[in-house]
Design a protein around this ligand. Sequence first.
Ligand code: PGA
Ligand code: ZN
Length: 413
Amino acid sequence: MKITHIQAIEVLDSRGNPTVRTFVTLDDGSVGVSSVPSGASTGSHEATELRDQDPKRYQGLGVLNAVNNVNKIIAPKLVNSQSDKLDELDKLMIDLDGTPNKSKLGANAILSVSQALIKAKAVSERRPIWQIIHDFYFKDISPAYPKLMSNVINGGKHADWNFDIQEFIVIPLRQLPSESLKVASEIYHAIQKNLKSKKLSILVGDEGGFSPALNSNEEAFRIIIESAESIGYKNRKDYQLGIDGAASEFYKDGEYVFKKDNKIISGEELVDYYLSFENKYQVYSFEDIFAEDDWINWSLFKKRFNNNDLLVGDDLFCTNTGRMMMGHEKQAANATIIKPNQIGSIYETAEAIKLAKKYGWAVAVSHRSGETEDSFVADLAYASAADFLKDGAPARSDRVAKYNRLIEIENKL
Ligand code: PGA
Ligand code: ZN
């Protein structure tokens, strides 16, 4: 099919900040629409999210320049091209940008087109989005349901620093997405009930997880475990626990500042602190528990922790194959987060997933803290047989959209 029209507009994300939505039209009338998400605890090695920096609009967060780049620079180049060669279209946009981190056109501009092209192809061919992604990028592997990583307690930048650790995550140990979602939802509601009974707040953070005023970071584990037990779910049998430290955010001058626990510790001490989580609460998944360039402590923890558990790089890798190669060489992780907007195109995202799989790492395709109703990552996770789909709490439309899309896939719709 030929691309006949590409148009971007500025819309809002779940935090009420502007983001890019792009419409791609093909000559049979098929339209693909896609919006890009936005992070808060972003890695410094991420591709550029182009913001207008005009203080008179949206506190400088407008994306009219990115929108303009789609409409005035990318569209004229892509319109009249064939839509079939998805990777070549992505490479064309990468070349058009010409910078190492997409700082000219913006990763938000390029990714919105990259995703909308796939969606337009799906509409045109009357096939699910995941099938287009699978057949084009992952045809050598069978699609498979990811397990869910559901962020049920929010801290860090997503909840006004109520906890230093940004996320406390429940990972249901069920095969089907519908069964996993049921476990996550039931635990989420058990936590809500438990907090209410303790007269603690049930207000939520950016990703829909609760953010009660507890006395320590560790108390969050106890709340989850106790709540899950109250409805018959057992840690390590029915679900696993995970954390996302987003530790770059509390790393100051070579040390880690835990405000909640009233302590400032070295990276080596932090290794021991996290190892105690493994022993005391059987925490299974450790994401961004050290700062994004603190390679030494990543490698140290990897040597000392139970290698059946997960050490997950998010800001560490930024879905960037160059960073992943460094991590592999340094034995710094055994799993990676995949966020398309960290790198800025689906072609490059697929390359990162393939490299992770080659290394034998677990793959967690992930949402961002600022999301939209777009559920592209659910299709991507299934198409690439990712081990996990990481999303927020099983509540709020922006988070639930991804879970519900997986349920649609499970039901072959
Ligand atoms: P972000 O948070 O989208 O704000 O970066 C999510 C994460 O750190 O995993
Ligand atoms: Zn993270």
